[in-house]
Design a protein around this ligand. Structure first.
Ligand SMILES: N[C@@H](CCC(=O)N[C@@H](CS)C(=O)NCC(=O)O)C(=O)O
Length: 222
């Protein structure tokens, strides 16, 4: 399988986190194909032939003649593979009705990403673009509403869907992976921060983050 990606964007980080989670159990043989967003490679004809939506991530499983776009669909596709379903520790990541609800919430909720912390304070500086960034009042209001939804859920549960990590945590928490570096204002959300701290302690989270940080480091030299 080939994963077309740019490893430090929030949607790409979701897939990187799941790959890191799966890695100790299975080698899925995913080859990374870098799409250089800062060079607009997502708009070139060869990539458009794979994804006319001009977006990464995209997963191509040539053996099955399948191309999957949309990050949350890629997460579910990987978890649905027979070899993944055969491992109980992996199969349980997508079990339960609440998982779907959170994945759809994540895909339709724009509050966290659109506030622009990750894009402006993590990604752009590594493209050599340094600009002061403060979300406007509307963006900040939406960011707060999204965080409140998570805070309320995480006051009741250790993870979004209960006592165990699920793919919903992977999808939603990817947006916060660089919350400290980006200075996201999370002081009013102690349960949300405690959840992130729990995730940050997991080996698969650290692996995915280290890879993203390495990539950012590399990028500064290009
Ligand atoms: N709904 C899509 C969004 C994908 C998306 O916005 N990808 C961004 C990077 S995170 C991208 O490729 N941007 C390039 C562009 O818009 O030109 C998903 O969940 O995968």
């Amino acid at each position: 399988m080939q994963l077309y990606t740019y490893p430090v964007t929030t949607n790409a980080l979701k897939v990187a986190l799941l790959e890191a989670y799966i890695k100790p159990f299975l080698d899925l043989g995913i080859e990374q194909r870098l799409i250089q967003l800062q060079k607009r490679e997502q708009s070139q004809a060869d990539f458009l032939a794979i994804n006319p939506k001009r977006k990464i991530p995209v997963l191509v499983n040539a053996a099955r003649g399948e191309t999957v776009t949309e990050s949350n669909a890629i997460l579910l596709y990987l978890l649905g593979l027979p070899q993944v379903q055969a491992v109980p520790e992996l199969a349980k990541l997508s079990q339960g009705s609440a998982v779907m609800s959170w994945l759809f919430w994540q895909a339709s909720d724009t509050g966290i990403d659109r506030a622009g912390y990750h894009f402006n304070r993590v990604l752009l500086p590594h493209w050599g673009v340094h600009r002061a960034h403060e979300p406007d009042e509307e963006q900040l209001g939406k960011f707060s509403k999204s965080c409140q939804v998570l805070e309320q859920a995480l006051a009741q549960n250790t993870y979004l869907c209960g006592d165990d990590v699920s793919v919903a945590d992977i999808s939603v928490a990817a947006l916060f992976m660089f919350h400290q570096e980006a200075g996201m204002p999370l002081d009013n959300y102690p349960h949300l921060v405690a959840w992130l701290t729990r995730l940050e302690a997991r080996s698969w989270w650290r692996l995915a983050k280290d890879e993203a940080v390495d990539f950012i480091g590399d990028l500064t030299h290009r």
